[in-house]
Every structure is written in structure tokens, then in C-alpha cells.
Design a protein around this ligand. Sequence first.
Ligand code: ZN
Length: 418
Amino acid sequence: MSDKFVLRKNCRMCNSTNLEMALPLAPLPIGDRYVPEAQKMEVTETFPMDVMICKDCGHLQNSGYVKPEFIYKHYLSRPATTNPVLSQAYKDYADYLLANFKESNDPFAVETGSNDGAFSKYFCDNGLRSLGVEPSPNLAKQANERGIPTLQAYFSEDLAKKIKKDHGPANFFVANHMFANVEDSTDFIKGVKHLLSPKGVHTMQTFYMMDVLEKNMVENFTHEHLSYFNIRPYRDFLARNGMKLFDVQRIAAKGGSIRCFSEHADGPYPVKPSVQECIDLEDRLNARQAKAYDSILKFIKTTKEQFHKLLEPVKAKGGLIAGFGTSIGATTFVHQYELGKLLNFFVDDDQYRHNLVSPVHHIPVLPTNTIYDRKPEYVVILAPLYADNIMKKNKAYLDQGGKFLLFWPEFKIVKELK
Ligand SMILES: [Zn+2]
């Protein structure tokens, strides 16, 4: 096995070694490793993509992880502020926190995985002392340039001690869509506990494994995500670390996410029914048993067969097929559905990806208008959550006889927009 990949033999939530295979998926490269053509021989590797379930606490996690220096060295991270939908959701989220939990006259807010400050901005706008923690140098720099104080670092218990010494305790500690990427969850939560003020609130937002299961959201299985969260194992993990989960909000972000509110075990906020409601849902779906996840494997198998039945004949007679989108999730689709030999090229609106090639298959990424010039027979939408926008924006491709191919939530050819 590659020296870049480390097996994880114990559960990230409870430390048990009683792990069982839940989802044996096709091996995947690092999802974001698009490189210039001249460097393509550096991106030939795939790593195991097996999701294990802990038989003791029910947590789901990858069987191992790619060492962070190989994932984040060339990370093509996109600034979050470029997304208008996200901006409104973040404003509402910050307003909610301030309306419900502002217990100090001089509150201090820390956000980890703060990207370019897209969320922390709303703390700053409300006059809070705010500190972002962001490992990516270019994003931390952009945040500081926008006046949102940001440390370029990974969050840890050691860093928490330093922040508390320099700034005092945090009334808010926010982690949006980053905790699933954290290898040492225990060190992380110890840091949160150390830094949080006695009445402070920690929010952790992540995609919800029950949404992944019910909606077959395959794009979440990547080497960037190490953990897949259900509420019961997360609640128990917090409890073992002196914290208490007191509310869970299910939100639309990324096709189905949870926003988890926790406090110190002796904190002031009563536990809301939402916590038990999620656990009841997980029990109904047998979330603690490996076989509950078989339906995702079935979905992948069926979708893969539909792709190949439709597209192999097109390819055989020399027809062109393009893929729209080159996100990390798109890489997952290409590998789970074995699209590497079917796609002639990708298109993407993000100019920073143009003229790069994809990992493993070395398929070129071209500007979106290429679909008008080269007129592929099919454009496969590899960003299904944005399919409607993509098709509306590129209606002219349909008008000239092209076809969009959707595969989620169902497999569908689109020849015209209704
Ligand atoms: Zn466990």
C-alpha cells in the first residue's frame, strides 16, 4: 500500500477497534488533484475508499486517510464568499446565534475552517471580537485582507490554549463543514472544551449520514471526508468529552446537513426534542448496522449500469461526451460510475481549473463554452445539486441539439427545459 495512506484501526469517536465494513466503494484519487498536463504522471494513484462502521458506537469513517500534506499541498480551494446562496444562509445562521445565545457584553467568536471569512464576517459586522482559524494560506490571507482576523493554522488543543491566553474564552465556537475532515477528533473537542466560556455554545455543521442514506448522496464519499456523522455516536462522543449536545437543526445545505449545538456538560441550555428525534430516525433506518447502507451500493451499481448502457454505444460510434463540473464530488462520481473511459473532456465555469487534467484519467478541463463549439452529444452534469442552474445558464446547448444527462436523484436525459 502507498506510504501516503494510513490505515485507521480504531473508531474516531469511541476508540473501539471493533470496526466492520459498511461500504466497500471503488478506490479514489485525491478529489481535487487537477494538475497541468506536464505534471500528469504525479496524479496516477488511487487510495482505498472503504467506509467502516463501529460496532460499539455506530460511527462511520473511512478505513484510512491520505496524509494531509498530500491532500492540501495543491488544494484548489474556492473562496466561499463567491457563493451568494451560502452568504444569505450564513447571515441567518449568525443572526440566530446572536439572538439566542449572546450572554456577554463583549463576546468573542472563534471559527475553525473559516475559509476566506465568509461566515465570520457576520460576527465582525455585528461588532463581535472574532477570530478565524484556517489552514489554507491563500484563504487565510484573503480573510485578513478583508478585515476578518484569521490565524493560518489547524485547530488543536494546543492552539486552543494559545487562543484562550491571547483573547480569553470563546462565547461561540463554530465549525462549518470541516469536522468530518478532522483526523484527531478527540484532540479537537478537548480544544473546544478548553476554549469555550462556561455558557458558551459550540456549533458543528456537517452533512448528515441519514440524508446521504435516504437520498443516495454518493458525492460525500471522498478522501477529504474522514467521518460521516449520525447524531447518536456524536452525542455520546461529546458526553465522553464533558460536552452536551442540546439541539440539532436539519438544514438544506449541501443537500441535507445537520447543525449541532453543544455546550459544557453543566451548561445552561436544556436539551431539545430535536436530539431524540434524530436518534429515533437513525433507529428506524438501522443506522448502527452495516447492512443499512447496502442500498447505497445498490444505487451505485444501478446508476453505473445505466451510464454504460447509454454511453458506451455513443462512444463506440465516435460521439463526444463531456462532464460538467470538476469538484471533489465529481471525482467521486467519475470513479464510482467508471466514467473515466467515457468522458472526452470536462467543462467548468471556474477559470482556475481550465487547461488542467483530471487525476488518474488525465481528462482535460476546458471552458464551459467548449460545449457550444465541439457540440458533444451528451453533457453529464457532475454537480447534481446545481443541475437546474447549469441547464438554465446553458439552454443554448440544448437549442443546438445537445442533451444533458442527469443521474441524481434519478437517471434522466434532458432535451429541453420545461
Ligand atoms: Zn465507536
